[in-house]
Design a binder for this molecule. Structure first.
Ligand code: SD4
Length: 322
């Protein structure tokens, strides 16, 4: 009887094991590579990131190449070149990047440089620091060959003139951004299963000169933990910073929540910590190590771009608290 059982077990192994191996690999190929990014401008960013990943490239290269598309698009009013200026007419940029080893780099309040994400990456790779700001960040960028450029486009300048005319005595105003443009946060998994993320913005339009939002702050605008997942944020940075939003999303995933549930719970935390939450927008997107995706926001209107081999590049509408 024992010999029969052992014979049957061997037969099972021979017949079933190859099927199991094939099945597991097929499932994995659906989530590797994977690119997810905020808002409709994410579609073009995802295309560039996907090209890197489908050639077998590293997630870190993909996230940088992806968000550079948005930074260099002069028609985009909230990221890089063409971003709306602060209340004094200066375009000031914030960006950060983080890789699968936990290495990270960031620039804040950086002016005159079209691709702050690449400066952030150099801060990560060439200095012992994480973050450079303002004049120092610009000096570092220039020393590393970045060209100084006027980032205030005619259109952004016209919008600023209009705002000034309508708000002669305005102090900082906060706008609920329900339009399809805002910060780009892009998170990705490469074929090796490694995660990276990038986040870049011109920040809140008409901000006080010197204001820095959540986007360049590791843990607030972006967080990556290669064992767990990655998350990034969009919307009113002050509210995201108070909740250390992206770190919170990743920690919630660590506790066992799905990316979707983690984004929902993080939005709940923002709501609990912001008495004015009904008048502000905050959105999170997240991926986990298994390639599951989540997104959630306070206000309706938030969407994000998802690119995988199963369904290609498409927009996903986020559920919202309101
Ligand atoms: C920031 N989260 O600087 C970014 C972008 C923004 O309205 O302000 N959007 O706070």
């Amino acid at each position: 009887m024992r010999r029969v059982r052992s014979l049957l077990r061997c037969l099972f192994c021979v017949l079933v094991t190859p099927v199991c191996v094939v099945t597991i690999h097929a499932a994995e190929s659906n989530v590797r590579p994977l690119v997810v990014s905020t808002w409709r401008h994410g579609l073009a960013a995802n295309e560039a990131a996907w090209k890197v990943l489908s050639d077998g490239g590293r997630a870190l290269d993909a996230v940088e190449v992806g968000v550079k598309v948005t930074e260099s698009d002069p028609t985009n009013l909230s990221v890089g070149l063409g971003g709306l200026p602060d209340r004094e007419g200066n375009v000031t940029l914030d960006a950060c990047i983080m890789d699968e080893t936990g290495a990270c780099g960031s620039v804040a309040f950086l002016q005159h440089i079209e691709n702050p994400i690449s400066v952030a990456r150099l801060v990560m790779e060439k200095t012992p620091h994480v973050m450079l700001v303002g004049e120092g960040a610009l000096k570092f960028a220039r020393a590393n060959g970045f060209q100084k450029k006027n980032l205030l486009t005619e259109r952004a300048n016209a919008e600023w003139e209009k705002w000034k005319a309508n708000n002669p005595d305005a102090i900082q105003e906060r706008e609920v951004n329900v339009e399809n443009h805002d910060t780009i946060g892009l998170i990705a998994i490469d074929r090796q299963g490694n995660l990276s993320g990038a986040c870049t913005t011109s920040g809140m339009a008409w901000k006080l000169h010197g204001r820095v939002g959540d986007s360049p702050i590791i843990g607030a605008g972006l967080y990556v933990d290669n064992e767990i997942g990655a998350a990034t944020a969009t919307g009113v940075g002050e509210a995201v910073i108070r909740a250390v939003g992206s770190f919170l999303v990743v920690e919630l995933m660590r506790q066992g929540h799905s990316p979707q549930r983690a984004c929902e719970l993080a939005v709940e935390r923002v709501v609990a910590k912001s008495s004015d939450w009904k008048t502000l927008q905050v959105g999170f997107i997240a991926i986990d190590k298994q390639g599951r995706v989540g997104g959630y926001s306070i206000q309706p209107g938030f969407d994000y771009a998802v690119y995988d081999s199963a369904q290609g590049n498409r927009m996903q509408k986020a559920d919202s608290r309101l």
